[in-house]
Design a protein around this ligand. Structure first.
Ligand SMILES: [Zn+2]
Length: 119
């Protein structure tokens, strides 16, 4: 299950960031992934929840953004999101295209709670 490995590496990065910010409490994180390294949202949230229990990351929101695979038409150079059910260029209808590199798995952003609004 690659979600567990991803969750662990994300948890570690967030913990390090929080420490660098003097013990800030993380509130949310945004992750993006491509198609070949896609993560299952539910599995990911479950994995993160179980490993973050008892850490400052417990109860964080995880936003997971799936970036479609991009293809570039060899006929008119249009770059479009590849759709397996309609694998043709949306501009000229050509079925000849090259795949662009898949989007990497990224931890895009971490949101920390504002220390001033603590309850
Ligand atoms: Zn085209």
């Amino acid at each position: 299950m690659h979600e567990m490995a991803v969750a662990e590496s994300i948890l570690q990065t967030i913990t390090e960031q929080a420490e660098r910010l003097g013990g800030a409490r993380p509130a949310a994180a945004r992750i993006s992934c491509g198609q070949f390294n896609a993560i299952n949202d539910e599995t990911m949230r479950f994995a993160f929840e179980s490993i973050s229990r008892g850490t400052p990351c417990e109860g964080m929101r995880l936003e997971i953004r799936h970036i479609p695979l991009q293809a570039k038409c060899t006929h008119c150079q249009t770059v479009f999101a590849f759709d397996v059910y309609r694998p043709t260029c949306p501009t000229c209808g050509s079925a000849h295209f090259d795949f662009q590199p898949d989007a990497p798995l990224l931890l895009e952003d971490i949101e920390f709670e504002d220390p001033d609004i603590s309850p």
